[in-house]
Design a protein around this ligand. Sequence first.
Ligand SMILES: Nc1ncnc2c1ncn2[C@@H]1O[C@H](COP(=O)(O)OP(=O)(O)O)[C@@H](O)[C@H]1O
Ligand SMILES: [Mg+2]
Length: 388
Amino acid sequence: MALASPFTPGDLPRVLVGRARERQRLGDLLARVVTFGELAGPPVVLHAPRGLGKTSLLRDTEDRARELGFVTAWVACAKGSPMLTEVAGSVRRALIDAEVLDDRSTKRVLDTISLEFAIFGVGLSTEFGRDKTDGEQPVAAITGLERVLHEAAASVRVRGGAGLLLLVDELHAAPYAEVAILLNALQNLAGRRADNPLAVMAAGLPSTPEMIMRAATFGERSEFISIERFDEADARRVLHEPAHEVGVGWREDALVAGLEIADGNPYLLQLVGDSTWQEAAPVKGDILERDDLEAGEGRMRGQLAAMCRARWDSASELEQSFLSAMADYEQEIVPRDHIATTMGRESRAISVPRARLIDRGVIEAAGRGRLRFTLPGMGAWIRDYQSG
Ligand SMILES: Nc1ncnc2c1ncn2[C@@H]1O[C@H](COP(=O)(O)OP(=O)(O)O)[C@@H](O)[C@H]1O
Ligand SMILES: [Mg+2]
């Protein structure tokens, strides 16, 4: 019988490859909470375009934290949805699921959270729903959040656990005013570091660091970690290891062709692996061949095209002309001057669409004055789209 595909495009990887440095750093922060029972320091923020492995790394950290005795609360932000009520709700559920609380303290913590819930729920939609100017701070919400995080973290520790790990994914999509509240609450908790066995780790698009620095003056103290494409050795492992684990190999030329298509992008590597696998329908002992890869390319290109299309459609007219000018260069790395000239503008005059596209993770800097698409193959897609 053919084996089920071990590749996971769009899903948590079965084998988490690489990221040794990042895992080490995140592990050190967890260890600080475990050893000293204190706050892990300022929030950590993983940032990168989509598909680079931020969520996978956060989930991996969550797994490791659980093994160390943490109670973990996970929040995925979404455009137009409040974040803090989610945080309170997720912390509450985590405490209940972990059963770390005895009846009395459970009741006290849950009461606090319910109370704060009400404050967030009512307050944020009215008083705090809009962007705040500096200096004006929604004190009630900040103190409320501090209490929720403090009570939860301390009660985990009292019951013999390590502490609380709060994970916030897609932070770029959170309401700006709520990000400010979160940062202020964490800053205040840092003042009583020894009472707060807590770590906060977040992930978001490349716009996230700037958002955090704008949201609070001390936001810049957050620890920003950029998640990069895989180098060739790790990219190889993403294709090789999941297959190898179930007794299936890759022919070298097929593997090399796959590496070239994906260009170090973790999502595309998983997609290449999966489409090749679907075509080959291998059994144990089989080898994935170049023919299989080529036969799977249609499926793969279809998926890639849908992603390019979504990015293109979400761009403004000016951004689209910026993207066409990039595509027009026909090489991976595009000099900024070429874009300006093609658009018929001064180099300075293109910095707004450039910044917006970088923030949303559509393009990225590739050395000084040079740019590239974050999705390999997007340039070719745009050329096809415009000629067809
Ligand atoms: N370290 C890794 N090893 C193997 N595959 C990975 C790794 N990180 C991410 N992936 C794969 O890449 C894709 C995108 O990962 P994800 O964590 O969702 O990225 P992001 O959150 O940055 O958009 C998924 O298909 C996932 O399986
Ligand atoms: Mg993600």
